[in-house]
Design a protein around this ligand. Structure first.
Ligand code: ARG
Length: 573
């Protein structure tokens, strides 16, 4: 079955050949030139003819004029406006592109189907153990997981890795802090919060007494050498942290295939350092070993400190080699804050210089900073908003709203809705922004039921569920004949047929926001249809069946999209 743009491109190419003898424009290229006008009042799909000017050697307006008089078949009408050729697509053609396909493919509708037989490794979330898991990590966690779902949807085998920051001098600091100011009971009772309190205390005290930093370094050295007591403490800190992260991951419905963190690569780094040395890439710089990247306009990449200890890039290089050997990835994606862009550019270059021919399969996906209700974060001073606290606040507020909206609802149902919608609201708010933009997170805006929000989208999804339920499941059967009459139906058909393209762009651009924003368009189109068209009370049996088909289609596509951006398909809210 051809997609709408392919159908139009096919007919357009015939029209071009007839109007401009001797000229030939490739159909696929034509399809890629077609656009959706920002104002659908102009047309459903437009050809900006300036894109053809060079090939056809005419002005855009002359081209549009010449092509407007061609015959495009009964299901496409066309009008020239300025340099644009605006096509109006019949309801029947739209329905065959969207509804028929949705009945055929169900929840697979929209899959780009390009990942078959390919593997993608995704490195995301990756908090630093014993430091707070704060809202700065929201981006990597939800963008990463959404990219995973999108790749899975496209047929890729996905390996999700939580590259835990479980190694480094912060553990020396934690050990010192725990011995001086901590005790087992407090840490056991307080969990991560108690660890973070110790971490913050360490920094406060070290301001006054810098010798503490030396003590921390010494403890980390002992840990590196396998000191038994320090190893025991280190493992304990990790366990406490992971127990707590797992609650947040469960709320977000996230699972990882591997928790191989930085410490996992300790014994895998020497071989890579050796390889760098053999290739003559290592240079001594004031006692430290670096790779000079000045030729590529980059600062040097630090491989070993003066004292021979390894660094963040060293571990990333060893991890990439290990991952390639283990998973033979077609892509290895790293989702981190844009503050780390230079780090990735540097060590990606080093991997290339080392001669690994898969270097161009490494992809860094950066994102902007988050502030919350206008306040910036600062980990070291303890001025942070923990991710779990943000989610808990959202859940609590939605719980109150849910109880108000559904008097008499039982507690278990209210709690489930509150968690799904509260967490969904946070995720949606975050993912509806272009990832690279800085976000000021306003919780009350995120939770509004009538803004461009998660609750609004989930509410619309629940509405489609309830219409289908009322119809006794009739919408799940493809109607024998479509009968459409209202402009709201036409709009909804158009929005439904755009979905596959949006998924493709999200995949290619590593940009879940395309899907989130698409959901707002779809929800708005469905709600306009719902308010202006009677569904079960439509004029004829065919019209009822067609409106139920639209509802079923909106339900299916919203459901798929919700899952792609890590939200729940909540049938009632
Ligand atoms: N733990 C790091 C942080 O919180 C992020 C790790 C990202 N992944 C990687 N392979 N470098 O900043």
């Amino acid at each position: 079955m051809k997609k709408i743009k392919e159908t139009i491109a096919g007919r357009l190419s015939g029209a071009i050949a007839a109007a401009f003898p001797g000229a030939a424009v490739d159909e696929a290229e034509l399809a890629s030139m077609l656009e959706y006008p920002p104002d659908p009042g102009m047309g459903d799909i437009a050809m900006p003819c300036f894109k053809l000017s060079r090939t056809l050697r005419r002005s855009p307006a002359a081209i549009a004029g010449a092509l407007a008089s061609a015959d495009y078949g009964g299901d496409l009408s066309v009008a020239a406006l300025g340099g644009y050729l605006n096509f109006r697509v019949s309801d029947a053609l739209f329905a065959s592109d969207s509804l028929d396909r949705i009945y055929e493919e169900g929840e697979k509708y929209g899959s780009p189907n390009c990942g078959e037989g390919k593997t993608v490794v995704l490195d995301y979330s990756s908090p630093n153990v014993a430091k707070p898991f704060h809202i700065g990590h929201l981006g990597t966690t939800v963008i990463g997981h959404s990219l995973r779902r999108i790749h899975e949807f496209a047929g890729y085998r996905c390996v999700g890795i939580n590259h835990l920051g479980d190694w480094g001098t912060q553990f020396g600091k934690m050990i010192v802090a725990y011995r001086r100011w901590g005790d087992k009971e407090t840490v056991e009772a307080g969990g991560c919060d108690a660890l973070v309190a110790l971490y913050v205390r360490f920094h406060e005290e070290a301001e006054k007494d810098p010798a503490l930093n030396d003590a921390a370094r010494a403890e980390f050295h002992k840990l590196e050498r396998g000191d038994e007591e320090n190893t025991r403490l280190w493992k304990w800190f990790i366990k406490i942290s992971l127990d707590e992260y797992s609650k947040t991951y469960r709320q977000l419905d996230i699972e990882f295939d591997s928790y191989a963190g930085e410490s996992f690569y300790s014994d895998k780094m020497p071989a890579q350092v050796e390889k760098l040395r053999e290739k003559g890439l290592l240079k001594l710089d004031d006692g430290a070993s670096i790779v000079d990247l000045s030729e590529y306009g980059l600062p040097p990449c630090l491989i070993l400190k003066k004292d021979g200890s390894t660094l963040y890039p060293t571990r990333d290089i060893a991890a990439a080699v290990y991952r390639y050997d283990t998973y033979r990835f077609d892509k290895c994606i790293y989702v981190t804050s844009a503050a780390q862009s230079l780090h990735f550019a540097q060590w990606f270059k080093v991997v290339e210089l080392m001669g690994y021919d898969w270097y161009d399969r490494l992809v860094h996906v950066p994102y902007g900073t988050v502030s919350i209700n206008g306040a910036k974060l600062a980990t070291r001073t303890g001025n942070v908003i923990l991710l779990k606290d943000l989610l808990a606040q959202a859940i609590e507020k939605v719980g109150v709203i849910t109880a108000e909206k559904n008097p008499g609802i039982d507690d278990a149902a209210r709690d489930r809705i509150a968690e799904e919608v509260g967490v969904g609201a946070v995720v949606f708010y975050y993912l509806s922004n272009n990832r690279i933009k800085d976000i000021n997170f306003m919780l009350d805006d995120a939770l509004s039921y009538d803004g461009n929000t998660g609750p609004y989208v989930q509410y619309t999804y629940a509405r489609t569920c309830s219409v289908l339920e009322k119809s006794g499941g009739a919408g799940r059967e493809k109607p024998e004949k479509y009968e459409f009459s209202a402009p709201e139906e036409h709009d909804l058909l158009r929005v439904l047929s755009v979905f596959p393209e949006r998924v493709e762009s999200a995949l290619e651009g590593y940009e879940p926001s395309y899907i989130a924003r698409y959901m707002l368009d779809l929800a708005a189109a469905y709600n306009r249809f719902y308010h202006n068209c009677q569904i079960l009370g439509a004029g004829s049996a065919d019209a009822v069946a067609s409106r139920l088909a639209l509802t079923y289609a909106a339900n299916t596509v919203l459901g798929t999209a919700l899952q792609l951006i890590c939200m729940k398909k909540t049938p009632r809210i």
